[in-house]
Design a protein around this ligand. Structure first.
Ligand SMILES: *[C@@H]1O[C@H](CO)[C@@H](O)[C@H](O)[C@H]1NC(C)=O
Ligand SMILES: *[C@@H]1O[C@H](CO)[C@@H](O)[C@H](O)[C@H]1NC(C)=O
Ligand SMILES: *[C@@H]1O[C@H](CO)[C@@H](O)[C@H](O)[C@H]1NC(C)=O
Ligand SMILES: *[C@@H]1O[C@H](CO)[C@@H](O)[C@H](O)[C@H]1NC(C)=O
Ligand SMILES: *[C@@H]1O[C@H](CO)[C@@H](O)[C@H](O)[C@H]1NC(C)=O
Ligand SMILES: *[C@@H]1O[C@H](CO)[C@@H](O)[C@H](O)[C@H]1NC(C)=O
Length: 330
């Protein structure tokens, strides 16, 4: 027997019939709850899923019979429990009040409940609606996605709750942009690298705090060299050439001197490759080191290069010669 298990249908029909004979069940137009006469039930009852709901009915000493019904099934008649649902208990059956408690309320309990009384041989009823609220819950959300710049992205966020939650999408990092969609779906056509980052879906319905989930959108793009400057260094000094490039996925770097690729582990030279730059360090610059260096940055989407000059600077020079720094987009 489930928690909602009231008496089986034929038995219930019989019960309703009995009560109808006892004038307990509405046989015609029910008395409105706004009616000043008895029974007087409370206004609609709103509870959250899992909480308990108290259904109260005011009575007076002229009342001879009382009952609470869930739709057409009797839950309680007087002190007698007619329903098998263990969550339903009698709270009070006094000269002034007839109340029941429904524990651990669930969504299927939502609906009209009727307090039925018999006063001076006249049956009267009043109706109260039990409204069940449910906190929002995100049931489906897009996975993290990696897309090439210019592609189309569609993010989905489905949430449940009572009342139906409002769903919004925000772009929250690297820079908070604010609301960008007040819908379950977020469509981005021709995505740009600035639109990469974390997107947050929020579902709210005022029943509890909004629930949020994040989706990471990675936008891939070919390398772009943002900095490559020529550098003047005197013989015998330390010299550094720096090549800065942004790319997703991160760029791989290669260095050329004139048309010759620089060998790894060359004596007196250190190459450091990081996600956003590559650095050439000459520990003790000699005449042969001067020349035209080209940095090539590449990833799956393409490559680009930039050339810079390591030129001789005399230690006494006040205004060093500015060497050219040419950038070519691959
Ligand atoms: C009320 O009736 C509905 C529909 O039959 C049922 O699912 C639910 O369990 C009942 N609730 C109570 C508290 O009796
Ligand atoms: C009680 O709830 C019912 C059903 O949702 C609604 O029709 C009715 O207007 C409500 N009554 C009050 C007093 O809020
Ligand atoms: C992206 O969407 C636009 C407009 O709907 C369409 O014209 C274009 O072909 C789509 N691009 C891709 C890569 O699907
Ligand atoms: C740099 O190299 C020159 C020539 O080989 C050498 O004389 C000098 O001592 C070196 N300087 C340093 C700091 O190692
Ligand atoms: C350096 O080399 C690149 C590539 O070979 C070339 O395009 C550029 O003109 C050269 N720069 C100078 C100053 O020679
Ligand atoms: C640098 O870029 C130019 C222009 O795209 C290309 O012609 C050249 O081959 C590239 N150089 C290297 C070393 O990749």
């Amino acid at each position: 027997m489930g928690v909602g298990g009231c008496l089986a249908l034929p038995w219930r029909c019989l019960v309703v019939l009995c009560l109808r004979l006892l004038f307990l069940v509405p046989a015609g137009v029910p008395v409105r709850s706004g009616d000043a006469t008895f029974p007087k039930a409370m206004d609609n009852v709103t509870v959250r899923q899992g909480e308990s709901a108290t259904l109260r009915c005011s009575v007076d000493n002229r009342v001879t019979r009382v009952a609470w019904l869930n739709r057409s099934s009797i839950l309680y008649a007087g002190n007698d429990k007619w329903c098998l649902d263990p969550r339903v208990v009698l709270l009070a059956n006094t000269k002034t009040q007839y109340s029941i408690l429904i524990q651990d309320v669930d969504v299927y309990d939502e609906g009209p409940y009727t307090c039925s009384v018999q006063t001076d041989n006249h049956p009267k009823t009043s109706r109260v609606h039990l409204i069940v609220q449910v906190s929002p819950k995100i049931t489906e959300i897009s996975s993290d996605i990696s897309i090439n710049e210019g592609g189309n992205v569609s993010l989905t966020c489905i949430a449940t709750g009572r009342p139906d939650p409002t769903i919004t999408w925000r772009h929250i990092s690297p820079k908070a942009v604010g609301f960008i969609s007040e819908d379950e779906y977020l469509e981005i056509t021709g995505i740009t690298r600035e639109q990469s980052g974390e997107y947050e879906c929020s579902a709210s319905n005022d029943v509890s705090a909004p629930v949020v989930q994040r989706v990471k959108v990675t936008v891939n793009y070919p390398p772009y060299i943002s900095d490559a400057k020529s550098t003047g260094v005197p013989v015998g000094q330390k010299g550094i050439l720096l090549c800065e490039a942004s790319a997703v996925p991160s760029a791989e770097f290669q260095w050329y001197k004139d048309d010759k690729r620089l060998a790894e582990g060359q004596k007196g030279l250190k190459v450091e490759n990081k996600a956003f730059f590559s650095r050439l360090t000459f520990f003790n610059v000699s005449e042969q080191d001067y020349g035209n260096y080209t940095c090539v940055a590449s990833n799956q989407l393409g490559n680009t290069n930039a050339s810079m000059i390591l030129y001789e600077e005399t230690t006494t020079a006040l205004t060093p010669w500015k060497g050219p720094g040419a950038v070519h987009d691959g």
